[in-house]
Design a protein around this ligand. Structure first.
Ligand SMILES: [Zn+2]
Ligand SMILES: [Zn+2]
Length: 704
């Protein structure tokens, strides 16, 4: 962070009549993301060096990395509601911002925001991090700098007129629309005119610029209007969010009052979810505004995660027998009936100078999959695939002959999401009626980093809903943010899709369960979405509290945790199937003989391998493992197959030293049945062709 300059040049002035003006500095609104199959809208308002963000949805940092958007410090974050599509990326951003030196954040949002912010204390516990929480209400203007904000708050659900007998367990949910206003822009100070009127340069110039009249030494009075051009009024944008049909009615009347009493709007940007925004009532409402107001729509955009989409498509060609997906990319040609313009990620609306006000769409870059495919081939794919074919001819060991069991890697990177690798998430199919790899069957999710739901959608395509509905359990290894921030959206979506099914068993360290419980108290869709089991009680030999369900749903005879050396409440897990296979997943840790002993003779060991060999010191310091250390645990455990994952983001593509390890190298979207694990180590050269040496990104530091 730059040091604060003591002599900060003044660009915002309070006029004699109390109104605010600023020198002409550019101000704009950038579209950071829109609604799509795996994203939600986020807007960045900039005036001079001041920045204000509306919503930090899940996947926010990753989309900034992908789009090479450099955000820098954010002065205030305004949240339209408390769901993952508004706040899901906030803890991750705050951790990154803290590491970059930012110590203060202002959060504005509806009632319940204080509770939400408090719920994150288990993983945002930095002593010197100051988070100012402002639960907004109507009327008050917020912000001390150039960007002033007024909130319009509405209840989402109809408030019962009679008091209900049963005390509600959560606060009623509210959503907020924001009016963002820049100061009026001062007219140009005409030095020539001032000179002609004999005004000496110095403080009198300043006074005139502020709109004051000045008296010269000869007693004559010069009015500001004699030397300063006319002031133009500031820009005013309404970011509109409506959560329910009922809320639309309430907002309509509030807005009417607001618009008659306040300045005129230049632009309305609709961040309302598509299902509400597409309703007849909403479109009618939008049409009721005068045509002088520019309307922008975020509802039918394309996914901002282009690299993930590309990787998934190319992987389906490189390894068609272990990956198929038919994820429906949002077609941007969807007929949009609202008046105005449909906006896209990285589009910009200029606010000031007013003469240039308007929306400029981003340059369209068409994905050329064929060209990309040719590049992959030029890197030697044919030879690599020959190796794979050869490996397939060797016999599958009997331990791996369990075709109903399979693994799908949803995120294989450590700490922060990057273009190719999302943060941790592994779907273990435990039981299935068919051996078809695209069949999600019934499964267990091992870790659930931010963005896991979106990755699952991309991995399972149109069978993703099926996968969520039959998700039997989720297991979380430890309370680090890269392993659990994806839970709220995933659990809420599971509940929405299967409201009558018993919720999945959530086995997690207590700080994670405490966070979710606190979050559910202010965000109703999270309530009753899981059956909690604390990892610390899942000991080998002890009866599992949900054993019957694990056996019935997932064919598991055993599921127990092993404490591992990483941080407080860090665990590995061992699962044993009644079908005869077993699997151990390390979570994050140093190599552990206890874990190796607990995993003894397992069918599959999935072990973290954050660092390449040679970085042993980093591994010790950060309490992770190197590739060789992970392989050592596999040998000690006598695992039939070892799978390496959780690679440091210092390796945007593939870390070195993975060639002849005999281990499977996990990469996002790779889906392997247990028999396929027999030849899967041979995929490494093919994966290298897929990624190339994509080192053009700085994995961290893109935000700052
Ligand atoms: Zn991790
Ligand atoms: Zn960790």
């Amino acid at each position: 962070m730059g040091k604060k300059s003591k002599k900060k040049r003044q660009i915002c002035h309070t006029q004699a009549d109390g109104s605010r003006t600023m020198d002409s500095r550019p101000a704009s609104m950038d579209v950071l993301s829109t609604w799509s199959s795996d994203s939600a809208p986020s807007l960045l308002f900039t005036a001079d060096t001041e920045r204000l963000v509306i919503n930090v949805p899940e996947g926010w940092q990753r989309l900034c990395v992908e789009q090479k958007i450099k955000i820098g410090k954010v002065d205030a974050v305004c949240l339209t509601h408390l769901g993952p599509s508004a706040v899901g990326g906030l803890p991750g951003y705050q951790l990154t911002a803290y590491d970059a030196g930012l110590r203060k954040t202002i959060l504005r949002g509806p009632e319940g925001l204080r509770g939400y912010a408090a719920s994150t204390r288990h993983f945002l516990n930095r002593e010197d991090l100051e988070i100012d929480v402002e639960e907004v209400s109507d009327e008050e203007e917020r912000g001390a700098g150039l960007l002033r904000v007024r909130a319009i708050v509405v209840e989402d659900e109809d408030v019962p007129s009679e008091p209900v007998a049963k005390k509600p367990k959560t606060v009623s949910s509210k959503s907020v629309s924001y009016v963002i206003k820049t100061p009026d822009v001062l007219g140009r100070f005409d030095v020539a005119k001032a000179k002609a009127l004999n005004v000496p340069p110095g403080p009198l110039y300043g006074a005139l610029k502020r709109g004051e009249a000045v008296t010269l030494d000869d007693g004559s009075v010069v009015q500001a209007s004699q030397v300063v051009g006319a002031t133009t009024s500031g820009a005013c944008v309404l970011a509109l969010f409506v959560a329910t049909p009922g809320a639309l009615q309430r907002l309509r009347s509030k807005l009417q009052a607001f618009l008659t009493g306040s300045a005129s709007l230049d632009c309305i940007v609709h961040v309302t979810p598509p299902q509400i925004a597409a309703s007849e009532a909403y479109v009618q409402f939008a049409r009721s505004f005068p045509s002088s107001i520019q309307q922008l729509w975020t509802q039918a955009g394309a996914s901002p995660f282009r690299t993930a989409a590309r990787d998934a498509k190319l992987l389906a060609r490189v390894a068609p027998d272990c990956y198929t997906s038919d994820v429906a990319e949002a077609t941007t040609e969807d007929a949009w009936r609202g008046p105005g313009v449909r906006v896209e990620t990285t589009g910009r609306f200029t606010l000031v100078p007013r003469s240039q006000a308007g929306y400029v769409a981003p340059e369209v870059v068409e994905d050329d999959l064929e060209a990309e495919w040719n590049e992959v081939k030029e890197r030697g794919l044919d030879a690599a695939l020959e190796g794979v074919e050869k490996a397939k001819t060797t016999e599958v060991p009997s331990q791996l002959q369990h075709a109903a069991a399979s693994l799908c890697f949803l995120g294989t990177g450590s700490a922060m999401p990057s273009k190719h690798r999302n943060v941790s998430g592994i779907y273990l199919r435990c039981a299935a009626e068919t051996t078809d790899v695209s069949d999600p069957g019934r499964g267990l999710l091992l870790d659930c980093g931010e963005g896991t739901l979106g990755q699952l959608r991309r991995a399972f395509g149109n069978r993703a809903d099926e996968c969520l509905r039959s998700l039997g359990a989720v297991w979380i290894s430890h309370p680090h943010a890269d392993h659990h921030l994806g839970l709220p959206s995933l659990l809420a979506e599971r509940k929405r899709l299967a409201p009558d099914e018993p919720p999945p068993v959530l086995m997690a360290p207590w700080p994670v369960l405490r966070w979710l419980g606190d979050y559910a108290a202010v965000y109703a869709p999270l309530m009753d979405t899981y059956v909690p089991v604390e990892c610390q009680w899942m000991k080998e030999g002890a009866p599992h509290p949900q054993q019957q369900r694990l056996t019935d749903d997932l064919h598991l005879s055993k599921c127990f945790c092993v404490p591992v050396p990483h941080c407080a409440q860090a665990y590995g897990v061992v699962v044993k199937s009644i079908d005869g296979w077993s699997l151990c997943y390390s979570g994050d840790c140093r190599p552990s003989s206890k874990l190796a002993a607990a995993a003894r003779d397992c069918t599959v060991l999935i072990h973290e391998a954050t660092f390449s060999d040679g970085l042993e010191d980093d591994a010790v310091k950060k309490r992770h493992s190197t590739i060789s250390e992970a392989l050592g645990v596999g040998r000690d455990a006598n695992a039939c197959r070892t799978v390496l994952t959780h690679f440091s983001q210092r390796y945007p593509a593939l870390p070195e030293g993975l060639g002849d390890t005999g281990a499977v190298v996990a990469s996002d979207f790779l889906r392997l049945s247990f028999p396929q694990l027999a030849w899967a180590p041979s995929l490494v050269p093919a994966l290298r062709c897929l990624y190339g040496d994509d080192d053009d990104e700085e994995a961290t530091g893109v935000l700052f």
